[in-house]
Design a protein around this ligand. Structure first.
Ligand code: PMP
Ligand code: GLN
Length: 384
């Protein structure tokens, strides 16, 4: 028998994330897994060859703490070209082990005991625990039920003297909605002359459809001075398991983010950074993403159209929401479980991304899958 010491959990209400739960359920029931967001097609062989090359070259020891200079320079160039502003590799860019770690470092760097962070829900599930672990208080604001857009009046009304940060996410996981230029203008207006930072989760920056431009805080002269923008190579290069990303922020914020980063992980996988620096030299390696994923979105929507599920408009990300209001009044967690067990198709219930577990009767399906997988999934949906 083990002796146990008393330990009061810092996150007593937090269990295993829905992504692990649904992927495990999919495996247990041999179901098609459109739940956790990851592609089922291969990473570019050229990129893999570059990693192999750099490993054989001996690039196997610690990389510099803020990230390999060659990679930060490529990122700086990419951001400068895309957002029409000069970003500096040394002052503004830090390479992190994935987007989640970048979000965490940004929150730790800024948030103190009792400070409030406005979180727009449904929200990626790492935000609130990261805020709470640092003594902060998440203040949830729901996206509008009708169209999953941000109600900026509600956000403005939630700002108090304790508000220190607002977290935004565009393109938005799990709804597939995007922020427009006018959204950023409203955000800039409501935080003007207030000590409020923006944490902008832009990991799906290149997965955006119908010719819409990605509205980054980095392109907004006023917002970029108070923002930390988070990106993930996992999403951009179909390699979620590599856990490599970066955060772009003004020099005074980057300095503080790096203090956290250096003691959280110190540095990121070296051969991968060399390989990514090479691969980023060719912009079409990421500029081809919107068309690539739009074809998948369109195919999945076309295949699901004859079903009784209703398609919620998807403007970005590789997630499609389907409403089952006309089919069942089960709560979405039960609906997702039933679909997995009885029909061998796993999805994500979105109520888990709301602190009040709001029910919208929609499930999230990841369409970063081969056309064959999408066809099989749609066949299942059309039978229900
Ligand atoms: N933010 C959002 C909205 C995401 O969907 C993800 C992907 N899981 C992340 C951040 C984290 O990215 P990474 O896998 O690079 O940590
Ligand atoms: N971001 C991915 C999703 O939304 C999964 C992240 C994870 O598994 N932690 O499905």
């Amino acid at each position: 028998m083990e002796d146990t010491l008393s330990l009061e959990s810092k996150l007593p209400d937090v269990g295993t994330t829905i992504f692990s739960v649904m992927s495990a359920l999919a495996q247990e029931h041999n179901a098609l897994n459109l739940s956790q967001g990851f592609p089922d097609f291969p990473v570019s062989p050229e990129l893999i060859d570059r990693i192999h090359y750099w490993m054989k070259q001996g690039a196997n020891q610690y990389a510099p703490m803020p990230g390999l200079p060659a990679l930060r320079q490529q990122i700086a160039k990419k951001c400068s070209d895309a957002y029409n502003h000069h970003f500096d590799a040394d002052q503004h860019i830090t390479v992190t082990p994935g987007g989640t770690a970048a979000l965490y470092a940004a929150i730790v760097a800024v948030i103190r005991q009792g400070e409030e962070v406005i979180v727009i829900e449904p929200a990626y599930d790492s935000y609130a625990p990261a805020i709470r672990l640092n003594g902060g208080i998440p203040v949830p604001i729901g996206l509008r039920k009708s169209d999953f857009k941000v109600d900026w009046q509600k956000v403005a009304a939630a700002i108090s003297d304790n508000t220190r940060m607002i977290i935004i996410n565009t393109p938005h996981n799990p709804t597939g909605s995007i922020l427009l230029q006018e959204d950023l203008e409203q955000l800039a207006t409501i935080i003007r002359e207030k000590d409020i930072f923006i944490l902008s989760d832009e990991v799906y920056e290149h997965i955006i459809f119908d010719g819409e431009p990605h509205q980054s805080v980095l392109a907004h002269a006023e917002l970029r001075e108070k923002s930390m923008a988070v990106f993930s190579f996992g999403k951009t290069f179909h390699a979620t398991g590599w856990k490599t990303g970066y955060v772009v922020a003004p020099a005074y914020l980057t300095k503080e983010i790096r203090k956290v980063h250096q003691f959280m992980v110190f540095s990121v996988n070296t051969p991968l950074q060399f390989a990514l620096a090479d691969y980023l030299q060719e912009p079409k390696n990421y500029q081809s993403l919107p068309a690539f994923y739009q074809q998948k979105r369109d195919l999945f929507q076309q295949l699901v159209k004859p079903s009784r599920f209703q398609i919620v408009p998807c403007k970005g990300t590789y997630f499609q929401l389907l409403s089952y209001k006309q089919i069942s009044d089960l709560p979405d967690t039960e609906m997702a479980e039933w679909l997995t067990k009885e029909h061998k198709l796993a999805s994500i219930p979105i109520s888990v991304f709301f602190s009040d577990k709001r029910q919208d009767s929609v499930l999230r399906f990841c369409f970063a899958k081969s056309d064959e997988t999408l066809q099989k999934a749609a066949e299942i949906l059309c039978k229900i």
